[in-house]
Design a protein around this ligand. Structure first.
Ligand code: GLN
Length: 544
C-alpha cells in the first residue's frame, strides 16, 4: 500500500491540526496499518534548531539528531512510526537542495522554477518516506500554515499533483477548519465554506472535513456544510472542545467513525480496531486521585509551547502515578532577588506548596543563578528534583558552589573566566562557529550504574535517549565531586562523558544530560518522569 493523506488547515492557525493529524494516525495504527507522519513547514529556516523557543516553541529532536518542529512531538506521542530527519520538510531545505543541484549543473541548463523544480523536490521528499521504510502503508502529510498563505502554495501544489498522480483511491485530502460561535450561541459555517473554496482554488477538493467547533455539530449543520462544500455529509466531522485531555481526541474521532470513512475512501478493507491502549489511558485519566504541584523553574515561561514535551511528559507521569500534575511555572530570574526561595517555591512544611522541582533545558546566562538557588533549596530541603540537560548542569554548579564551597563554580557557557569550570565545552565544540545542527544531537547510549535511581527507573543498564547540548560535565572535577558525595550514575559506553548525576541521601534528586521528555507517551510515560512524579506524590502523602 502506498497511500497518502494530506492534512491542511483553514480559517486560522492554532486549530490543532497537528493533534488532528496525529489522532488520525493513532486510529489507523489501531486498525493495524503502518503509518508515518510528515510535517511540511513553509518557513525558510532549514530546521527549527535556530529558532527561539520564545517565539516558535520547543525544538523537537529525533533519534537521528534532526532539530524539528514541535509537531513531530505530537506525532511521537500519538503514533509509533519512526521519526527522523525525513519526516520534517521545510521550505528552507527544499530551496537549499534545489539551489545546490542548480550549482552542480544538474538541471542541464534549464531555467529552475518553483513549478516544476521546487514542487518536484517536495514530492520526492514526501515519497522518500515510503522508500526508507518499505512496510509503510500510509503517509500522513501535515501541511503547515493556513490555506491562502503565500508560503504554503508550493506544498499544496505538490499535494495536488500527488493526489492527481496517485489516483483518488490512493490519496485524499483532509481539511481542518473552524466553526466559530457568535453572540447568541449560533454556529457559523461561512468561514468553512470560504476555506474549502480556497482549497478548490488550489485545485484540491477536500475529501474529509474536520470542523473545530465548541460543541458537536448537529446533523442539519453537517448537511449544510456538506452541500456548500461539495462533500458527503458523512465526511464532515467535529473536533469539539474537550475539557478532558487532547489524548481523548482519537477516541472522539473514532466514535464518529473517522477512521472507517478514511479507510473506505482509500479503498482499504475495514479491519478490526484495537484502541484499548487509548481507552485504558482514559480510564487512568479519570481515576486519578489527588494532585501534585510541580514547580518548573526555567527561563522560557511565558509560552507554554517552549517546554511542550516536558509538560506533556509530566502529564503522562501523572497518568502513571494516579495523580493530577499541576504545573507551577516559575521564571527563574524571580529567584535571583533577595526574597528567600521559600517565598517563591513554597513552604517546606506540611502545607508545602510545591511537591517537586524540575529544571528543564535551556541556553544562555539569564536566570541561571535563580535555577542554582532552586536546586540548592530542593537538595537541602529534600524536595524531589529533576534536572534535564541544563537542569543537570545546574545540579553540578550548585554542588560546586554550595557543597564544595567554590563560589565561582560555573559552566563556561555563562562564565568563561571562572576558576572552577565544572561544566565546559568538549574539545570538538571549541571551534564551532555555525549554530545550525552542530550540537551533540540525537540518540545515543548511556550505561547506568547499579544501585542508582536511574537504574530503578529504567530497569535496565543500557538505555537510549536523545541529546541536544554543547556543554558537558567537566571530567577534571570527577574526583572532587564524587569524593564529596555527588553520585555519577550513568556514562557514555566508553565512560568518557557523564550522563546522570544524583544526590546522596535525598528522596529523589536526579539530573540527566539527555532529554527523556522526547520519548514519553500518554500510553507509556518516560521512566524518569514517572519516578519523579511518584516521588513528589509520596513526599506529599508522607507529610499528611
Ligand atoms: N546550554 C546547555 C548546553 O548547551 C544545555 C542545553 C540544553 O539544556 N538543551 O550544554
Amino acid at each position: 500500500m502506498n497511500k497518502f493523506i494530506f492534512v491542511s488547515g483553514g480559517v486560522c492557525s492554532s486549530l490543532g491540526k497537528g493533534v488532528a493529524a496525529s489522532s488520525l494516525g493513532a486510529l489507523l495504527e489501531g486498525r493495524g496499518l503502518n503509518v508515518r507522519m510528515v510535517k511540511c513547514d513553509p518557513y525558510i529556516n532549514v530546521d527549527a534548531g535556530t529558532m527561539s523557543p520564545y517565539q516558535h516553541g520547543e525544538v523537537y529532536v529525533t533519534d537521528d539528531g534532526a532539530e524539528t518542529d514541535l509537531d513531530l512531538g505530537n506525532y511521537a506521542r500519538f503514533t509509533s512510526g519512526s521519526l527522523s530527519r525525513s519526516n520534517s520538510i521545510t521550505t528552507g531545505q527544499v530551496y537549499d537542495s534545489v539551489i545546490r543541484k542548480e550549482r552542480e549543473g544538474r538541471y542541464l541548463g534549464r531555467c529552475v522554477q518553483v513549478i516544476p523544480h521546487i514542487t518536484d523536490e517536495i514530492k520526492s521528499r514526501i515519497q522518500a518516506v515510503f522508500r526508507e521504510d518499505a512496510d509503510t502503508d500510509v503517509v500522513i502529510v501535515e501541511i503547515g500554515g493556513t490555506v491562502g498563505d503565500i508560503e504554503s502554495i508550493p506544498f499544496l501544489e505538490a499535494a495536488r499533483q500527488l493526489i492527481h498522480e496517485s489516483g483518488k483511491a490512493n490519496a485524499i485530502s483532509v481539511h481542518l477548519t473552524l466553526i466559530p460561535e457568535v453572540a447568541g450561541g449560533e454556529l457559523k459555517t461561512k468561514p468553512t465554506q470560504h476555506s474549502v473554496k480556497a482549497m478548490q482554488e488550489q485545485g484540491i477538493q477536500p475529501d474529509i472535513l474536520i470542523c473545530r467547533a465548541p460543541v458537536m455539530l448537529d446533523e442539519p449543520t453537517r448537511r449544510k456544510i456538506a452541500l456548500f462544500t461539495n462533500m458527503d455529509p458523512d465526511a464532515v466531522f467535529t473536533s469539539y472542545d474537550v475539557d478532558t485531555t487532547i489524548y481523548e481526541i482519537p477516541l472522539i474521532f473514532f466514535e464518529q467513525k473517522l477512521d472507517q470513512v478514511v479507510l473506505k475512501k482509500l479503498g482499504v478493507e475495514s479491519r478490526h480496531a484495537n484502541l484499548s491502549p487509548w481507552y485504558s489511558m482514559m480510564e487512568r485519566f479519570k481515576s486519578r486521585n489527588g494532585k501534585v504541584r510541580i514547580g518548573i523553574v526555567g527561563k522560557y515561561m511565558d509560552l507554554h509551547d517552549s517546554y511542550k514535551s516536558v509538560y506533556e511528559a509530566l502529564f503522562h507521569a501523572g497518568l502513571a502515578g494516579g495523580v493530577e500534575v499541576e504545573l507551577v511555572k516559575i521564571d527563574s530570574s524571580r529567584l535571583e532577588g533577595s526574597d528567600p526561595p521559600e517565598n517563591i517555591l513554597g513552604t517546606t512544611g506540611e502545607d508545602a506548596e510545591i511537591d517537586g522541582i524540575l529544571v528543564p533545558g535551556g541556553f544562555g546566562q539569564r536566570g541561571i543563578n535563580g535555577m542554582v538557588k532552586a536546586a540548592a533549596w530542593a537538595r537541602e530541603n529534600k524536595i524531589p528534583y529533576f534536572g534535564i540537560c541544563l537542569g543537570m548542569q545546574i545540579m553540578v554548579i550548585d554542588w560546586g558552589r554550595n557543597v564544595l564551597g567554590w563560589e565561582d563554580a560555573d559552566s563556561t557557557e555563562f562564565n568563561q573566566d571562572t576558576k572552577h569550570p565544572v561544566i565546559s565545552l568538549l574539545e570538538e565544540q571549541v571551534d564551532v562557529k555555525n549554530y545550525g545542527g552542530t550540537m551533540r544531537l540525537g540518540k545515543s547510549e548511556s550505561v547506568v550504574q547499579g544501585g542508582s535511581r536511574i537504574l530503578t527507573a529504567y530497569g535496565e543498564k543500557n538505555i537510549f535517549e536523545r541529546h541536544r547540548h554543547r556543554y558537558e560535565f567537566s571530567n577534571k572535577y570527577r574526583k572532587e565531586m564524587t569524593e564529596s558525595g555527588l553520585l555519577l550514575t550513568a556514562f557514555t559506553p566508553d565512560g568518557s562523558l557523564v550522563e546522570c548525576t544524583e544526590w546522596p541521601e535525598h528522596p529523589w534528586g536526579v539530573g540527566v544530560q539527555f532529554h527523556p521528555e522526547f520519548k514519553s507517551k500518554p500510553t507509556a510515560a518516560s521512566p524518569l518522569f514517572r519516578d519523579f512524579v511518584a516521588a513528589a506524590r509520596d513526599r506529599k502523602q508522607s507529610l499528611r
